[in-house]
Design a protein around this ligand. Structure first.
Ligand SMILES: *Cc1c(COP(=O)(O)O)cnc(C)c1O
Length: 395
């Protein structure tokens, strides 16, 4: 039984489905954290050294963010109480939008409550039935869902394959939109931005880049993929950033030209029909932005950790490194049960590294997804490398 996408079934046998998932080693389990996000966390009552968060700059538990959020609570209370367009758009939201737009050198930025919702919002507002979205096959799930919900035709090109993309752009009808992750969330590699920009211009297409893993991390000053590639985004480029990753807070934003951002304000359903994020969270994000901008040492330290990790795991048997220079450093193991066995062995040594299995990654592509943070120390990376060495010898 395979309840995959599009199966025509009238009634699910969920007991059987759960049993089959368990037999295939694909059951997911929640763990419970009892301390702040950081390299050393108390999880399910045990101390672990964790390599799995998206808290790339180590800001999730920064005292300056906490102080800003406290001050925001004192000033604005807790809940926003309504959607942005009713009376839930606070000064803190407004200032954050202006500061984000200034930081990125674009005309406008619009806050959303999550990155998932920002993606649904930007795609659904700009394209619909009769249009075509040409999307990288390895895009984040929220981008796939965004296209499906928009009603536009979804045309998926092979990962970073520009010839495939170009052929699909030629065949596309209606408004065209190219949709890609800036940094791919499961592989950690980057999109070929210069070529994507060129194709978008040639075909007069929107180019929407999801910078969830890039803002704060890539580029000399953390402005993401475009800065790293030495490119200035044009009029038809929109960038989505999440605040729950490198910024250490929660929420997301879309940044770009004044007109598309105005269209988002008028039309994005995940903007119109949801409660604004708590205003105090926006105060914390403003404090985060200042740190992202000013503390380049965090990116330098992170780059040093990435290089050390890659050198350390080079040549480890049974693990395939992916060409990634970002803090996402997957080690492809192959089968799901083997990935889980390795994660369990690391766990027994007090190290938390998630095993990522289908359907998040393709069958046979199960992996240990190591993510590094500026909050890690060199000694933490060394501990992980030596534990991996021991585990690969056993499994
Ligand atoms: C995490 C992520 C999102 C979703 O962002 P949230 O704010 O967590 O909802 C969107 N796109 C990509 C590529 C992501 O990694």
């Amino acid at each position: 039984m395979d309840y995959g996408e599009g199966d025509a079934i009238t009634k699910h046998d969920w007991t059987q489905w759960l049993d089959e998932r368990a037999a295939a080693g694909l059951i997911r389990r929640l763990t419970v954290a009892g301390s702040p996000q950081g390299p050393r966390m108390r999880i399910d009552g045990r101390e672990r050294l964790a390599f799995c968060s998206n808290d790339y700059l180590g800001l999730a538990n920064d005292p300056r963010l906490a102080a800003a959020m406290h001050a925001g609570i004192d000033r604005y209370g807790v809940g926003a109480g309504s959607a942005h367009l009713i009376n839930g758009h606070f000064e803190s939201h407004d200032r954050l939008e202006v500061e984000l737009a200034d930081w990125l050198g674009v005309e406008d930025a619009r806050l959303f409550s999550t990155g998932y919702m920002a993606n649904l919002g930007v795609v659904g507002a700009l394209v619909g039935r009769g249009d075509t979205v040409i999307a990288d096959r390895l895009n984040h799930a929220s981008l796939i869902d965004a296209v499906q919900l928009s009603g536009a035709r979804l045309s998926r090109y092979r990962h970073n394959d520009l010839a495939d993309l170009e052929a699909r752009l030629e065949r596309a009808s209606g408004e065209r939109m190219i949709l890609t992750d800036g940094v791919f969330s499961m592989d950690g590699d980057v999109a070929p931005l210069a070529e994507l920009v060129e194709l978008a211009e040639r075909f007069d297409a929107w180019l929407v880049v999801d910078e969830a893993h890039a803002f704060g991390v890539l580029g000399q000053t953390g402005r993401g993929s475009f800065e790293a590639a030495g490119l200035v985004p044009g009029e038809r480029v929109l960038r989505v950033g999440t605040l729950g990753k490198a910024f250490g807070t929660a929420g997301a934003f879309v940044a770009g030209g004044a007109e598309p951002l105005e269209v988002l304000l008028q039309r994005a359903r995940t903007y119109l029909f949801t409660t604004a994020q708590p205003p105090a969270v926006a105060e914390a994000s403003r404090a985060a932005l200042a740190i992202v901008r000013d503390e380049a040492w965090r990116r330098d330290h992170l780059a040093e950790l990435v290089a050390r990790f890659r050198a350390g795991v080079a040549g480890l048997g049974g693990l395939e490194r992916i060409a990634s220079s970002t803090p996402i450093q997957p080690l492809v193991v192959g089968e799901a049960d083997r990935a889980v066995a390795m994660a369990d062995r690391l766990d027994a040594r007090g190290l938390l590294v998630p095993a990522i299995r289908p359907p998040t990654v393709p069958a046979g592509g199960s992996r240990l997804r190591v993510t590094l943070s500026a909050a890690h120390e060199v000694a933490d990376v060394d501990a992980l490398v030596s534990a991996l060495r021991e585990c690969t010898n056993i499994v």
